[in-house]
Design a protein around this ligand. Structure first.
Ligand code: GH3
Ligand code: MG
Ligand code: MG
Ligand code: MG
Length: 305
């Protein structure tokens, strides 16, 4: 995630959704000079574009055949990946009930048809600016300042969400607790600045090793990292842990004071649980931490599950 607190610095991405070509053309004319535009003629296509193109804002028709605008908005607000997209309804329905349905579905605002070009421009501008501020705050609150990956607060939030999801589905949830080996010696020999650079590169290697959109790599604290892997069984979790361990080795960051290898290595503790009603999410992390302790005891630079 990029931190961008300067409103207007980036061209906003706006998705136009309407089943009537004439409406799409009109909105396109009004906004094309200011924004990067995407167009969908139905609800299903709109959802697909939201996932693929990650627009900042959607101008959403309410009445459409198939998936209508209200349902599209509800689905966008349900998914963590698309929840942050601002939705402005563009609607001919102006009764209190119709307006209320737009708010209830999760809309940020609405514009009435026939569209007044200036109103549309100003509403879009205002909501995009608001979204840039929200994104910037989100980045400050949920991203680790040194490495740029998720921080512990972000991890804890996602852990709660994924835990509940797995509780409902009965699927396993896996966690990798990762700790850099002999990192105190690394700092002592190469300096704190080099230590920081090393942590950034390790974080980059972890992020790259994550394969699925739902996987999360986070800085847990100091030189410890945690990867959360939803719907992942022990076999897959072990495979990923081995890959992570190798990926850090392959960075080939010199560490002549390490007792495992002349390069920076990590120890990885793996835990996999099918959440039950009586367990708490923290149990998963405790088990991963216990496995990590074992990996350290066994000589470091290895995976224990
Ligand atoms: P082990 O193999 O048992 O994990 O040994 P270790 O030396 O890695 O573990 P220990 O917990 O003794 O030391 C962790 C070190 O990590 C000490 C601390 O100064 C360093 N550290 C923690 N956070 C940062 C950071 O943000 N930047 C730098 N450069 N060093 C950090
Ligand atoms: Mg329509
Ligand atoms: Mg440690
Ligand atoms: Mg360590």
């Amino acid at each position: 995630m990029t931190i961008n607190v300067q409103p207007g610095a980036r061209r906003g991405k706006v998705l136009l959704v309407d089943d009537q070509q004439a409406n799409l053309r009109l909105m396109h004319q009004i906004l094309a000079d200011e924004y990067e535009l995407f167009v969908a003629t139905g609800g299903a296509q709109a959802l697909e574009l939201c996932e693929r193109s990650a627009p900042d804002l959607v101008l959403l028709d309410v009445v459409m055949p198939g998936l209508d605008g209200l349902e599209v908005c509800r689905r966008l607000k349900q998914s963590p990946d698309t929840r942050g997209i601002a939705v402005i309804f563009v609607t001919a329905g102006t009764t209190p009930e119709e307006e209320n349905a737009c708010w209830e579905a999760g809309g940020a605002d609405f514009v009435t048809k026939p569209v007044n070009p200036l109103t549309l421009r100003h509403r879009v501008r205002a909501h995009l600016q608001l979204k840039q501020y929200v994104d910037a705050l989100h980045a400050l609150a949920f991203v680790d300042g040194l490495t740029g990956i998720a921080n512990r607060r972000h991890l804890n939030e996602r852990l709660e969400i994924e835990w509940r999801r797995c509780l409902r589905s009965g699927m396993p949830l896996a966690a990798l607790m990762i700790d850099v080996d002999f990192f105190k010696r690394y700092n002592d020999r190469y300096g704190h600045q080099a230590g920081d650079d090393c942590l950034k590169r390790v974080a980059g290697a972890l992020s790259s090793a994550m394969q699925r959109a739902g996987d999360l790599a986070a800085r847990y604290g100091g030189e410890e990292f945690l990867c959360l892997l939803p719907e992942t069984d022990a076999t897959a979790a072990r495979a990923l842990a081995e890959r992570v361990e190798q990926a850090v080795r392959d960075l080939a960051i010199e560490h002549l004071d390490s007792a495992t290898a002349p390069v920076v290595t990590v120890s990885v503790g793996v835990a996999v649980m099918c959440p039950l009603q009586d367990d708490a999410p923290a149990t998963l992390l405790q088990r991963a931490d216990a496995a990590l302790y074992q990996a350290k005891q066994l000589g470091r630079g290895q995976v224990v599950i």
